[in-house]
Design a protein around this ligand. Structure first.
Ligand SMILES: Cc1ncc(COP(=O)(O)O)c(C=O)c1O
Length: 439
């Protein structure tokens, strides 16, 4: 059992004085983990990470799903080292930008142009801007029940954390219920001729109804809006390159990030030429759209990491491996849940590319307290678990057996928590939602 978090506790005590939020994404923050957990990671290798106290953990979320092959994965590092030696940023584009543009677009036959960036928010926001520029409309739509699309105003203004966003910006964003054509239709009818584009993840872990995606794209087009598929999470996970291939659809624009460069900072916006080219400089006389313009968007070694990642996915059929690991995970973990008799309290999405969990109390209501207790127990048993599992190329069936054993023991503790109250077994406070009005 892992009990030594001494260095982590010192880190926790100091970091919030230096970095607001103590991290660079809120989902890595202290309020997202139990108190008995690592506060910072020292290094990772393959499917494991070591914290600053020297504790070793099986990694489950793999850098917020960005590490699709494994930490410090040698074939990617080798390509990155080669590129580093040549310099990383120049006064003119680096040659590797064309190599990547061709390689990435070859994966997406329905798209002819690509723009790179370092963060997902940059490319989702760029897609919104293009939709507005192309249609001449102001409003954008996204599903209200999806967690995150950008830290920019158009998205954050619609969340509980809208402080700092002018309300007149926020009203330009409208929401509908995901995977629900009636809800999307009603939205278009409520704002006729006003919605520039719909942005949505193509699917979530709980599945998608057949033909939904094509119908949603058709609906948007019928109303004169663009449809943007955000493959930030699904890309290089549901299929290769992502769900647009799995469902054989041709959205106007797509956004990519996590997973496409094995954790390196490389993101992309892809799309149809007539839309993307609005950001170009060759059509003289046409009004210029200032699409994205980033000093680091063409950083060479991150692009090299992306090229090496694509090569690994192509040559080693990484998707097949990751889905096989996911399937084994579902079988092993479902068996543990059934054996425990906690089927109504601990529920798992049967999704082989990223199983996620819901933790409920005895009356079937989701419970942050019980969830945190479960995380605490998994972490004590060497599994850095935050409520989901992201299969990567470095995970083995032995890792899943290790996970399942920790899961079995944690279910027993969960039962005790249900019986005596989680407060008696949990050290510290329950985790809190990222999007909340008050700290
Ligand atoms: C679906 C989706 N879109 C966009 C983003 C933003 O990506 P980034 O954190 O790289 O800005 C995220 C990040 O969690 C995401 O999950």
């Amino acid at each position: 059992m892992i009990t030594d978090f001494n260095m982590s506790n010192q880190y926790r005590a100091k970091i919030h004085e230096l970095i607001p939020g103590g991290a660079h994404t809120y989902s890595k923050g202290d309020d997202q983990f139990p108190q008995l957990s690592p506060a910072a990671i020292a290094y990772g290798k393959g499917a494991h990470v070591w914290d600053i106290d020297g504790n070793k953990f099986l990694d489950c979320s793999m850098g917020l799903t960005s590490v699709s092959l494994g930490h410090a994965y040698e074939p990617v590092l080798e390509r990155v080292r080669e590129e580093l030696a040549k310099g990383v940023n120049f006064q003119r584009p680096a040659y590797i930008e064309m190599e990547m543009a061709e390689a990435f677009l070859a994966l997406i036959p329905c798209h002819q142009m690509i723009k790179f960036a370092k963060n997902g928010s940059t490319v989702t926001t760029a897609a919104i801007k293009l939709a507005r520029a192309y249609t001449g409309r102001r409003m954008v739509a996204f599903p209200s029940d999806h967690p995150f699309y950008s830290y920019d105003d158009w998205f954050i203004g619609q969340t509980a954390c809208s402080k700092g966003v002018p309300p007149e910006n926020a009203v330009l964003s409208v929401t509908y219920k995901s995977d629900d054509l009636v809800s999307l239709t009603e939205l278009f009818e409520k704002y006729p001729g006003q919605i520039a584009g719909v942005i949505s993840e193509p699917e979530k872990n709980f599945g998608l109804s057949e033909n939904y995606l094509q119908q949603a794209i058709d609906l948007a087009h019928k109303h004169g809006a663009l449809y943007i598929v955000d493959e930030m999470i699904t890309g290089f996970k549901t299929d290769f390159p992502g769900s647009i291939k799995k469902y054989n659809v041709q959205p106007d624009l797509a956004t990519w990030g996590k997973g496409i460069a094995n954790g390196f900072s490389f993101c992309a916006l892809t799309g149809k030429r007539e839309i993307m080219d609005l950001g170009g400089i060759k059509n003289e006389g046409q009004e210029k759209v200032f699409l994205t313009s980033t000093t680091h968007g063409g950083e060479t070694h991150a692009i090299a990491a992306g090229l090496a990642t694509i090569k690994e996915f192509q040559e080693k059929n990484v998707i097949k491996h990751n889905h096989r690991i996911g399937d084994y995970f579902l079988t092993r973990v479902n068996a543990e849940i059934s054996a425990s008799g906690l089927n109504d309290q601990v529920q798992m999405a049967a999704c082989n590319w990223m199983p996620v969990f819901i933790f409920k109390d005895a009356s079937g209501v989701p419970s942050m307290g019980l969830r945190t207790l479960f995380l605490q127990e998994m972490i004590a048993r060497g599994v850095l678990f935050q409520g989901s599992f992201v299969p990567c190329f470095s995970h083995t069936t032995d890792d899943i057996d290790f996970f399942a054993e920790a899961f079995r023991a944690s279910l027993e503790r969960y039962k005790e928590g249900l019986a005596v109250g989680y407060e008696k077994l949990l050290t510290g406070s329950p985790v809190k939602p990222v999007f909340r009005k008050y700290i």
